[in-house]
Design a binder for this molecule. Structure first.
Ligand code: ZN
Length: 432
């Protein structure tokens, strides 16, 4: 009964939010097992379509392609992609107005990137782009016989502001979801209790690992019926997998994507991270992933250096029968911890601190290094006045509670590279 109610809530909610999701899901489902040749011809057709659109509607792409003397009508195979200039995050951020296409889209969906490197990108998604993204995730769940409306445990950080906690709890309850708000024993106990009835668990892999470690330390292990554990946004370390397998008898499955690229790949039950070729063309150039988004009509993203180091395998045939290329390894994302004297904190704490500061009008580019346990050296690009400094340190206090001392250096030039910058580097020996 209850599950029927959540199903209904989900279907209605999804329809009101974006009534195209089901259509996109059906498209993905119907094309799931196409052969390599059909995939190539589909991608070439969509590539030409998005190139023509970008060139005619976005001044950024028109200028860029004119400068490189690129003739779109001379693109006749996927190999010709190589002649199209690459772009990076900095260019997207600096030219977002010239890239965004404002023409008569029925409905648009605001989106932004995490800004964990200090460069947050805001853009608008057209309806079918948004729908395709959501449909891709649902299809990935379907591979594991998981329905999105089934009870699920979720890790997506936490915010200590009481109103946000209440709001989050209400939204979670409506989506049959519960989450972990801290790594305290009482919070972990209650999370694991709820997990007994859950069908899937998803979010940051470093947090999944923490919960697994705690579960393994318990005398009486919970009896669970989880069908899927999905890690997003962070590299899934082997040490995590070992601990998670011991705790839950499942491995962490990867979902790979980013706000601007959409869902790039999802891991199948045979362990291959399959590219959603209907959504994006991916290339490997100098070990870096280059993404061409085939559905981002409102904000074209063509030959974009996402900033991750990857290996792409285009020759292996997976036993599941899906024929898109396989992402072998994503080396660019690592979930690390900041060690305090008494507790440890996900490096994402930095992201929350700076996100909160951003909301009160303090915008800073930062990078942090930990050399000594209980200490964090923070470098900020901007000049930080006394008032902002106080606010910044107070924000850290909320999370660290005197357990980690923050040393702040301002007016520091933060190295910018085309590859994704790490906002946190730990020079401590791994305790793993
Ligand atoms: Zn497969």
């Amino acid at each position: 009964m209850l599950s029927q109610m959540y199903r209904l809530l989900y279907v209605i909610g999804q329809y009101l939010y974006n009534n195209q999701i089901q259509k996109e899901y059906d498209f993905l489902k119907n094309t799931e097992f196409l052969g390599r040749k059909e995939i190539d011809s589909f991608q070439l057709k969509e590539l030409k379509r998005i190139l023509t659109l970008a060139y005619s509607k976005s001044t950024f792409y028109k200028d860029l392609y004119d400068k490189h003397n690129l003739k779109i009508n001379e693109i006749n195979s996927l190999e010709d992609l190589k002649g199209i200039p690459c772009i990076d995050k900095k260019q997207l951020v600096e030219n977002s107005q010239q890239i965004q296409i404002e023409q008569s889209f029925v409905k648009i969906y605001p989106a932004k990137t995490s800004g964990s490197t200090g460069q947050s990108l805001k853009f608008k998604r057209n309806k079918s782009w948004d729908a395709r993204n959501r449909a891709s995730i649902s299809l990935g769940y379907q591979w594991f016989n998981v329905k999105p409306w089934e009870l699920n445990g979720y890790f997506w950080g936490y915010n200590f502001d009481t109103i946000s906690v209440i709001k989050t709890r209400i939204l979670d309850a409506m989506q049959n979801r519960f989450r972990l708000f801290s790594l305290k024993k009482s919070a972990l106990d209650s999370f694991i209790k709820k997990l007994e009835n859950a069908s899937y668990l998803h979010g940051y892999s470093s947090m999944i690992y923490e919960v697994a470690k705690y579960t393994n330390s318990l005398k009486a292990k919970p009896i669970l019926k989880l069908k899927l554990i999905k890690g997003t946004s962070e590299k899934i370390l082997e040490t995590y997998q070992r601990e998670v397998w011991e705790a839950f008898n499942l491995k962490i499955i990867s979902e790979y994507g980013a706000a601007e690229s959409g869902i790039i790949a999802f891991e199948c039950p045979h362990g291959s991270l399959h590219n959603f070729w209907q959504n994006v063309i991916i290339e490997e150039v100098d070990n870096e992933i280059i993404v061409t988004n085939l559905v981002s009509d409102s904000f074209p993203i063509i030959r974009y250096k996402l900033g991750d180091y990857v290996t792409i395998d285009s020759s292996t045939n997976c036993h599941c029968g899906r024929n898109g290329v396989i992402v072998k390894d994503i080396a660019g994302r690592v979930g690390e911890k900041i060690l305090g004297h008494n507790h440890s904190y996900p490096s994402l704490t930095l992201y929350y601190v700076f996100k909160n500061l951003n909301q009160i009008g303090i915008q800073l580019n930062y990078t942090a290094v930990q050399r000594v346990k209980g200490e964090l050296e923070l470098s900020v690009e901007q000049k930080v006045d006394k008032k902002s400094r106080m606010k910044l340190l107070a924000e850290f206090e909320k999370y660290f509670n005197n357990d980690v001392i923050v040393y702040l250096k301002d007016s520091v030039r933060i190295k910018t590279e085309s590859k994704k910058q790490k906002d946190f580097i730990s020079l401590l020996e791994k305790e793993l």
